[in-house]
Design a protein around this ligand. Structure first.
Ligand code: GDP
Ligand code: ZN
Length: 457
């Protein structure tokens, strides 16, 4: 249990309506009581109650009018005593109130430290803590849904059930090793085979939609290529206009790779703006196919734009060939003008890539483009699912590794390996699954995961 009490601003700093300072720890109530003037002393109030009063400075002058919520352990965010001070949302009151809690004995919290305490105190497991980061960062309604399901412990439960199954089996094996009578061993072997197969099936179920889960959580990157004047900028602008970009990514990224997320039917799509799109057309000409190829290499999806009002150009044909092996969509732009490129003429160079006709200028047909992106990356079934699929790359890797260890067990049985060797592989799988929920992880990893949080969470 942590002995010190931490404090931080829990709301975004700015001129919001209210700002919240969260204080957590053994002295939380006592500390806030020292700087709070209200009708009652906070040390006497019931848990989960709200109190009106003021926060005062050392000279007893009012800093701000506040509402203070008192939550007593253990039914709180961190499982410790928590006090939340709701004050006016300007930068000044919020910082002043925070300073007062520090003067009164709290320590400034590190990023993620509240959630870390919830984890260390056993209220949530690691996969739930990670999902809290995902909730904060979720880019679409769909990614939020997936993250919320994980916060609520769906994955945690599945993992716990698997591990229980395995630990029963491990206990059984122990007995066999201690009392090596032949018939006991035969029964145990059957059991190892059956349970291991069950575990593999369950892990496969979790992994089944993980590719899509990862897409929902992390999004995909798309690049727009095409020769000058086909309408790349127009299409990008049309998409951004109607879509309202979600995030304008990492501050300080270099200007020539501008990143913006758009929401395509719940899939966060980051459009990689090859420097060319917003530069002058003769620069694009110079950049040429090579640059496009490079950009395509780094992207999950290529949108190849053709100007359907002109015959296919040799440069178009080169690009068509370049997308043969990629996730790509061919966009026939300028459908508001007479059409000179037919789908058949494209198919004589390239089959199997989807073709969408649209007009960037008239903003017509863009929805068809979205449907095509959805068809490539998300199967419809995922929306109807219970959202218990895995989304996090760390979890996916661990599940795959645990699965491999269980397969080793099954192979070991076939090769008549001794029970104590099988027990080692089973234990490895059990440990690996434990890493998902944080039961068997190193402190270093925990620190690293929590440092990704923002302050006050
Ligand atoms: P980029 O060089 O590929 O980025 O092409 P731009 O987006 O700059 O567009 C080149 C020209 O084509 C501009 O004059 C646009 O207004 C025009 N254009 C783009 N999309 C359409 C369209 O769907 N229909 C028509 N008629 N013109 C378009
Ligand atoms: Zn352009």
């Amino acid at each position: 249990m942590n002995q010190d009490t931490i404090a931080a601003i829990a709301t975004a700093i700015g001129e919001g309506g209210i700002g919240i300072i969260r204080v957590s720890g053994i002295d939380a109530i006592h500390i806030v009581d020292k700087i709070f003037k209200g009708k009652v002393s906070l040390s006497t109030v019931e848990t989960h109650t709200i109190h009106y009063g003021k926060i005062t400075n050392q000279d007893n002058q009012m800093i701000d009018e506040v509402l203070v919520s008192v939550f007593k352990a253990p039914r709180t965010y961190t499982s410790e005593d928590v006090v939340e001070i709701n004050c006016h949302g300007g930068v000044l009151p919020v910082t002043k109130v925070l300073e007062r809690t520090i003067e009164a004995g709290a320590r400034l919290a590190e990023p993620g430290e509240f959630t870390k305490r919830a984890f260390l105190n056993g209220r949530i497991d690691l996969s739930q803590a990670e999902a809290i980061i995902d909730v904060i960062r979720s880019k679409t309604d769909l990614s939020l849904k997936a993250a919320m399901s994980q916060v609520q412990g769906k994955l945690s439960n599945d993992i716990a059930n698997l591990r229980n199954k395995m630990i029963e089996l491990m206990a059984h094996i122990e007995v066999t090793i201690d009392y090596p009578e032949h018939d006991v061993e035969e029964v145990t072997k059957d059991r190892v085979v059956n349970t291991s197969k069950e575990v593999v099936v369950e892990i496969d179920k979790l992994l089944e939609n993980s590719e899509q889960g990862k897409i929902i959580r992390d999004g995909i990157s798309a690049v727009i290529v095409g020769r000058p004047n086909v309408g790349k900028s127009s299409l990008l602008n049309a998409i951004l206009r109607e879509n309202r970009a979600i995030v304008t990514d990492i501050p300080g990224t270099t200007r020539d790779i501008l990143e913006e997320y758009i929401n395509v039917k719940g899939i966060p799509v980051r459009i990689i703006d090859t420097a060319g799109i917003r530069e002058t057309e003769d620069v694009v000409e110079k950049i040429g196919v090579e640059r496009s190829r490079k950009a395509m290499e780094d992207a999950d999806l290529t949108l190849l734009i053709l100007n359907a009002f002109e015959e296919l150009h040799e440069y178009d044909i080169e690009l068509l060939k370049a997308i043969e092996e990629k996730h790509a969509i061919i966009v026939l732009n300028k459908t508001d003008l007479p059409q000179k490129i037919s789908k058949d003429s494209i198919n004589s160079y390239l089959k199997n890539q989807p073709i969408v006709s649209l007009s960037a200028k008239e903003e017509e047909g863009i929805e068809d483009l979205y449907s095509e992106i959805e068809r490539i990356f998300l199967s419809g079934q995922i929306r109807q699912s219970d959202f218990s699929f895995v989304t996090n790359t760390r979890h996916i890797a661990l599940l795959k590794s645990a699965r491999a260890s269980v397969l080793d067990v099954l192979q070991g049985i076939e090769q008549d390996m001794p029970m104590d060797i099988l027990a080692i592989d089973l234990k490895t799988a059990w440990d690996t699954l434990g890493e998902v929920v944080g039961e068997t992880v190193s402190e270093g990893l925990i620190d690293q995961l929590f440092s990704q949080f923002c302050l006050g969470k």
